[in-house]
Design a protein around this ligand. Structure first.
Ligand SMILES: Cc1cc2nc3c(=O)[nH]c(=O)nc-3n(C[C@H](O)[C@H](O)[C@H](O)COP(=O)(O)OP(=O)(O)OC[C@H]3O[C@@H](n4cnc5c(N)ncnc54)[C@H](O)[C@@H]3O)c2cc1C
Length: 623
């Protein structure tokens, strides 16, 4: 293992400094003062067009939330809570949320219009979009997801169910309406339905440029970028890969899977087509189900954990997935196994404590801790493991049997039909340790000290820990048994052209493709697929964490610029910060505190009187 690098110092304006102490995951605040935006940093007002504004001319502090999925919603909710607490007589906050989608709060993964087969990959009882201290929204409207399901979809209300993502989208949409109705005096809100193209510093504030310039806003004091997975309008990661493929116009290429109703329609993927599927993870499972169950196929329970697939009759699609490793995801354990494992406090508590307290923890040492705890858990639950302790280089390498057997076994273990095994142990140890790992590795900790080794470990563990629900993996096994999913080229096939078609050349078989579907979503962080953020990085207003694509932020989500100081008025939250903040592309609001601290900071700063001359008029939000 390489020696630990010296502490990295991140400078704050106003004398604040944090020292990132690699190996300890602790960032100490060294200096005093905050990054409060002084009154002078507010830019002059500017009307960007002539439409009549429905917004008060006296709004003192203008906040723009770019992207209004679950995280954007969380930002608005926290602002509302903080504003309601600060008492009367303070300058109001004018908040705009910029997002083209017609389902505010839901975000594309939870599109309420998608088919039922697209399931959440964690159980409903983990989802609650509301903060505990929100007293603005009446309790009867501030339901957690299970409570909401009980009211509107009781068939799904068992807390351990993995429910269709579209239901979560409806829950989020309704939550947004409840929040909007309950916003406190002193917070004005508008939804601007447009795609943001760029964020430009203008004077001491920010201008927000949209694809539709008539929506542009100027003189914004605080911008929060919460663009998550982007707009899904294009997939530039695929474009680069695709350019390397041979010319073969007889094979249709589909750059992205979502929304499946449009991208995988019968027009796009005709019945009977042989479909090469780039990717073998959650998106590929969604795509395979959309092309089979979504076209009238059914799954019949056989009582042995793996259902039988019955096609709708007629010509059906054959899906040929492939990935670099060819390794399948493992199933999330069912409720009974989750409960049995949660009772092993003598295994998991010491694991978490050890991770938080160990001196100079390295990824290799972390792996050994996880392994030992996993073995103890398996033994306690009556399972068995025969393989030796993994080495860093070996974790995530080929399993001893083929992918179909691995998937099948994983389903049976997750359903309690086979005793826990090594795969379960790895996944469960990672899940149980995750909050401790996040705290220890993020924000200048182990992930900064050992970026390559930590990324390798995290990537390998995700396959074990954060796979699909057992029911969906079981469906993949059923589809493979029925020949609708063909694993004959699953590991790193070559791709050639024959006549005008692409051909997948696998270890045992070749497939002439009618369609090639990209089922790999762009990675987290900042890159070509996140153009707004990429411009901020190129201009030095945001900067990537060393060894990662994700950008650095302060504990209250301020973007750390190239100069190591927070960029005034710019904050970033969510997937774009992955690598600096770990595991934040999730609905779980308890793992990180950036949004709450951001809202406290913004509301605190907004108490500073804004000179009359810098008060703004609004654009023309539509919402
Ligand atoms: C298919 C899929 C399934 C998932 N399943 C789960 C799950 O089961 N459980 C879980 O915890 N997590 C899941 N996730 C992770 C998921 O991303 C997070 O749970 C959550 O959606 C993150 O919220 P977000 O608001 O940060 O990002 P998003 O949900 O991606 O929302 C970002 C919003 O920003 C908008 N936007 C983007 N760019 C712009 C722009 N330039 N201008 C204006 N608006 C813009 C988008 O329209 C979107 O509404 C899943 C992700 C995917 C892709």
């Amino acid at each position: 293992m390489s020696p630990e690098p010296p502490p990295r110092t991140v400078r704050g304006r106003g004398g604040r400094q944090w020292a990132s102490l690699p190996g300890h995951g602790v960032r100490r605040r060294l200096g005093g003062g905050g990054t409060r935006v002084p009154p002078g940093t507010t830019g002059p007002a500017r009307r960007t067009h002539d439409r009549e504004s429905p917004v008060s001319e006296t709004s003192a502090c203008r906040v723009a939330i770019i992207g209004f999925g679950p995280r954007g919603f969380g930002c608005l909710e926290r602002l509302a809570v903080e504003v309601s607490r600060r008492g009367s007589g303070r300058p109001p906050l004018f908040v705009t949320a910029h997002d083209p989608r017609s389902h505010p709060g839901a975000g594309p993964p939870y599109d309420p219009d998608q088919p039922d087969g697209m399931l959440l990959n964690f159980s409903a009882r983990h989802v609650n979009i509301w903060s505990d201290d929100n007293t603005l929204v009446p309790p009867g409207e501030r339901l957690d997801f299970v409570g909401w399901l009980g009211r509107y979809h009781p068939g799904w209300a068992a807390g351990d169910a993995f429910v269709p993502r579209r239901l979560l989208g409806s829950y989020l949409e309704e939550a947004f309406e409840s929040l909007r109705a309950a916003l406190p005096p002193g917070l004005e809100f508008r939804h601007v339905r447009g795609v943001v193209r760029d964020l430009e510093p203008a004077g001491a504030g920010w201008s927000i440029r949209h694809d539709d310039p008539s929506l542009d806003l100027a003189g914004v004091h605080q911008v929060m970028v919460a663009t998550g997975h982007g707009t899904w309008s294009a997939n530039r990661g695929f474009d680069a890969w695709n350019r390397e493929l041979p010319d073969a116009p007889g094979t249709r290429r589909i750059a992205a899977v979502y929304p499946v109703v449009d991208r995988l329609s019968r027009d796009a993927v005709p019945d009977g087509a042989v479909v090469g599927m780039r990717g073998f993870a959650l998106t590929a499972i969604d795509a395979a189900l959309a092309l089979t169950e979504g076209r009238g196929g059914t799954f019949e329970d056989q009582g042995d954990g793996i259902p039988r697939y019955r096609g709708p009759g007629g010509r059906e699609v054959t899906v040929v997935p492939f990935s670099r490793s060819g390794l399948p995801l493992l199933a999330k354990p069912g409720a009974a196994l989750v409960k049995r494992s949660s009772e092993l406090t003598d295994v998991w508590e010491p694991l978490r404590r050890g991770i938080l307290e160990a001196d100079g923890l390295t990824p290799g040492a972390l792996l050994q801790r996880l392994h030992r705890a996993g073995l103890r858990a398996v033994a306690a639950l009556g399972g068995g493991v025969s393989r030796p302790a993994p080495r860093m280089g070996g974790v995530g390498s080929s399993p001893s049997s083929g992918p179909l057997r691995v998937m099948e076994r994983s389903v049976l273990v997750a359903s309690g039909l086979l005793p826990p095994d090594e795969g379960w142990a790895r996944g469960e140890a990672w899940r149980q340790a995750y909050p401790a790992v996040v705290s220890r590795a993020g924000e200048g900790g182990m992930a900064a000290a050992f970026p390559a080794a930590f990324a390798r470990l995290a990537c390998a563990m995700e396959r074990y820990a954060f796979g699909p629900p057992a029911s969906n993996l079981a469906r993949m096994v059923a589809l493979a048994s029925a020949g609708r999913v063909d694993l004959g080229a699953v590991r790193a096939p070559r791709i050639r052209a024959r006549e005008d078609r692409l051909v997948l050349v696998g270890a045992t078989s070749s497939y002439v493709l009618d369609v090639l579907v990209n089922a790999v979503i762009p990675p987290p962080g900042v890159h070509e697929a996140t153009p707004v953020l990429l411009k901020l990085v190129r201009r030095g207003q945001a900067s990537r964490a060393a060894g990662w694509e994700g950008v650095m932020v302060s504990p209250s989500a301020e973007s750390i610029g190239r100069d190591g100081a927070p960029t005034p008025g710019l904050s970033i939250v969510g997937r774009a910060t992955e690598g600096w903040v770990l595991g934040n592309d999730t609905l779980n609001r308890n793992l990180h505190d950036h949004t709450r601290r951001w809202a406290q900071r913004i509301v605190g700063e907004s108490a500073v009187a804004v000179p009359e001359s810098s008060r703004m008029t609004a654009g023309a939000p539509n919402g």
